[in-house]
Ligand binder design. Structure first.
Ligand code: HEC
Length: 155
């Protein structure tokens, strides 16, 4: 009886302690997640919104990968469903886009292409419907947009 009592009491205490530690860990983890969510929602949009266009475009084009841009435009996303080879009535062809993008002063060609992809309704090409999907900024990462712009500049 004596040995049994002396071992069961510490086990009980150990379980209580473990439970307490686990509870503290969970509360800490939840607080950490909540804090990071607060940081994301309060600082990121502001930082992005106040960044001047020229700086943002220069930043996303830094170290951009033309070959990856081609793969994204031609394979990963559905750009060519509308932008068919040789043009058409749905959307303009990408052929000669590098040169056409240079005709949007005061925008630089890369600024124009960035805006044509991220704010299509603000830059509707004459003779075409306002039918370009507006959700690419949500679907594409900045690096992907940079690579696509770098590729389209070469077209
Ligand atoms: C549902 C059809 C559709 C899809 C899909 C689509 N676009 Fe477009 N896009 C258009 C239309 C229509 C226009 C012309 C009207 C406009 O400027 O918004 C256009 C215009 C553009 C322009 C401006 C072209 C110019 O000659 O100035 C660029 C650049 C462009 N799209 C890039 C893309 C890229 C990159 C993708 C894929 C990530 C894509 N588009 C997917 C329909 C589409």
């Amino acid at each position: 009886m004596q040995p049994h009592e002396s071992t069961s009491a510490p086990r009980w205490i150990t379980q209580l302690t473990l439970g307490f530690v686990a509870l503290v860990a969970i509360v800490f983890l939840l607080e950490f997640v909540a804090a990071s969510l607060r940081t994301v929602s309060s600082t990121v949009p502001e930082a992005v919104d106040t960044e001047p266009l020229a700086e943002r475009v220069a930043r996303i084009l830094e170290g951009s990968d033309v070959a990856n841009g081609e793969r994204l435009v031609r394979e990963s996303y559905e750009c060519h469903v509308c932008h068919i080879e040789g043009g058409g009535r749905i959307a303009p062809s990408f052929v000669g886009l590098g040169q056409r993008a240079a005709q949007h002063a005061p925008l630089s060609p890369e600024e124009y292409l960035y805006l044509a992809i991220t704010k299509p309704s603000d830059y509707v090409v004459e003779g075409y419907p306002n039918a370009m999907p507006a959700n690419y900024p949500q679907r594409l990462g900045e690096r992907e947009i940079g690579d696509m712009v770098a590729y389209l500049l070469t077209q």
